[in-house]
Design a protein around this ligand. Structure first.
Ligand SMILES: [Zn+2]
Ligand SMILES: [Zn+2]
Length: 424
């Protein structure tokens, strides 16, 4: 009862985590899927500037020839497509905020993230492929949510149509203050086109994949049930908590768990976040018992239980009690049967191995975890463990190097102080 990755050979009982990784449809683990997508990103990163240089050079040396202009136009289409997307999602975000909804994050396009910005208390994630995206907005209270939801869904297309309308002014006025980019086509024709397309296309009510378009959401808005709104309010606290955990704001995360518990006292999703917040706040005893509680809920998803197991294992290792190391081993084994590719799972595994003096096995695990993790807090932890491993191998220079890597990633990480005076 397990699936094996056709690329790296890792095995897991979590069958649904695997996706077809190539044209032959063999299963790939999430980590290999990310890696193969990463290669596409590298290709795009090179193709874009090279095409730009070719087109500009072509126009420079032979302004009468259309080839350079055609390439430039194609590139501009990408840029304008992206700009229309930003306008669209900003339309949702601004409308949602103006109506008093909580807008947590906006995803622009899909594929790999190449930039992340925090603005207006919203996380903006820029993806490589500039089509599609979403703004996540959730209700804070019940009244008027259906109307607010309808208007917020309309906000995106509305912003595009407004911009398209403004872009049409110079065209109506017959203005011609730049050279056409292709034939009779001016820059603002293209921008008008991408905005008009984005605005109208998103108003067509249909469901693509499992994501409904804005038009579909607007049609559904009047029929949202009260229970659904209540559920969304609970999801809001789960998401706020996730953001706080990622930013290392553990006390804030704990407060948000309590807010969520006012709506659903027994929600296991909140409990598993509470365990992680307690772990981050270095309240290891409480983290262990909270996470054990979640682990015992058998109706919970395989992955959620595995993540709780991981929290138990890490809390136990931090508690530094010989009896608990055995329990940490049991839970880490469980995690590695479900999510062996997960950087956090690898980190805890490596911590356990170092604790058991199996340093040579721990180091490659940590290096592969570092390859996949981009957040500073977990990266600092990985460097700390590498420093510990180096210390156990009496490799003084690697020990110092990894310690300074950890400080560079997250100077206030609690593990740094522990590694600076390692127990021998
Ligand atoms: Zn794999
Ligand atoms: Zn939209």
């Amino acid at each position: 009862m397990s699936t094996r990755c056709a690329n790296c050979g890792v095995e897991s009982e979590l069958d649904e985590a695997f996706e077809a990784g190539n044209q032959f449809g063999h299963p790939y683990c999430p980590s290999c899927i990310l890696k193969t997508r990463g290669e596409d990103v590298t290709a795009v990163k090179w193709v874009f500037p090279i095409a730009l240089v070719i087109s500009v050079a072509g126009i420079w040396f032979n302004p009468e020839d259309d080839t350079g202009w055609a390439i430039l136009n194609t590139l501009l289409f990408y840029v304008f497509g992206y700009a229309s997307l930003i306008i669209h999602e900003a339309g949702h975000a601004i409308m949602g905020k103006a109506l008093g909804l909580r807008v947590t994050n906006v995803q622009l396009g899909f594929g790999r993230t190449f930039m992340m910005v925090k603005a207006m208390d919203v996380r903006w994630e820029f993806k490589m492929i500039p089509f599609g995206g979403f703004a996540r907005y959730i209700p804070i209270d019940l009244p008027w949510f259906r109307t607010k939801d309808f208007l917020t869904s309309f906000g995106g297309p509305l912003a595009n149509l407004l911009v398209a309308w403004i872009m049409s002014w110079p065209i109506q006025a017959g203005a011609e203050f730049t050279k056409p980019v292709f034939g009779e086509l001016h820059l603002w024709h293209v921008f008008l086109g991408t905005n008009l397309f984005s605005g109208l296309w998103n108003l067509i009510p249909y469901v693509s994949g499992n994501q409904p378009t804005d038009g579909m959401l607007m049609l559904r808005a009047p029929f949202i049930r009260d229970e659904q709104i209540k559920k969304l309010r609970l999801i809001r606290w789960q998401m706020e908590c996730d953001l706080s955990l990622e930013e290392g704001e553990f006390d804030k995360a704990l407060q948000q768990v309590e807010e969520g518990r006012k709506l659903a006292p027994d929600d296991p999703e909140l409990a598993s976040r509470k365990a992680r917040a307690l772990l981050g706040a270095q309240r290891f005893d409480e983290a262990r018992s909270e996470a054990l509680g979640v682990y015992e809920i058998e109706s919970l998803s395989l992955e959620a239980r595995a993540r709780s197991s991981n929290t138990v294992a890490e809390a136990n290792l931090q508690l530094d009690d010989e009896k608990l190391v055995h329990e940490a081993g049991f839970h880490s084994n469980h995690v590695m049967r479900i999510i062996p590719w997960d950087p956090e799972a690898k980190t805890v595994r490596a911590h356990l191995l170092i604790r058991k003096d199996e340093v040579d096995e721990a180091i490659p695990l940590l290096h592969s975890a570092l390859e996949e993790e981009s957040e500073p807090r977990p990266r600092a932890m990985m460097h700390c463990l590498l420093a510990l491993a180096a210390h156990k191998k009496s490799d003084q220079s690697a020990y110092q190097a990894e310690l300074s890597n950890a400080r560079a990633a997250q100077p206030d990480h609690f593990m740094i102080a522990k590694v600076e005076k390692p127990a021998t």
